[in-house]
Design a protein around this ligand. Sequence first.
Ligand code: AR6
Length: 176
Amino acid sequence: MNIMDKKILASIEIRQGDITQIEVDVIVNAANSSLLGGGGVDGAIHRAAGPELLTECRSIGGCHTGEARITRGYKLPARYVIHTVGPVYSGKPHDSQLLTRCYLNSLKLASDYNLASIAFPAISCGVYRYPINDACKIAIDTTCNFLKAGRSLKKVIFILFSSKNYKTYMDYLKSI
Ligand code: AR6
């Protein structure tokens, strides 16, 4: 591993916990294409942010799978929320392309807003049933490649709800 790769890995952090509690510039929401809320991490973010988040999301008018939109964070400790729509897992190659685009478009949007820190949940790994091992590689590989271009982001946190998913991310990060 060269010095540049080490620097990139040092800006990635894996944590176990609740994304609604985390103090970063922007947290990412695993939304659905309506952007009008739902269960899982989406429900938790809307509950913690308060009703103004839904009002702003309504004004956006939806988001296609793989794309991302940004709103304010309202009552959350995070200043902004990036809403991205992961694929419903089907087992087809297109799944990984769409999940890659979720991470890439979220990272690009954070950079466009000149943000320094971002936290991701395991997009698509709940209700949308994406296998955690495959999703974890996409999340970390896409992020490392993005950080190589060196824009505003200095810290990328992956925050996992379960200890099993936390271990999957830790094991993969250690292996690269
Ligand atoms: N903090 C961090 N991670 C969480 C939290 C939290 N507070 N809550 C859940 N997770 P899911 P998806 C984890 O189902 O698969 C919604 O209804 C959870 O354990 O939230 O992309 C949307 O509206 C799992 O590992 O998102 C969509 O309809 C991961 O977050 C649909 O679900 C993602 O699980 C999106 O499904």
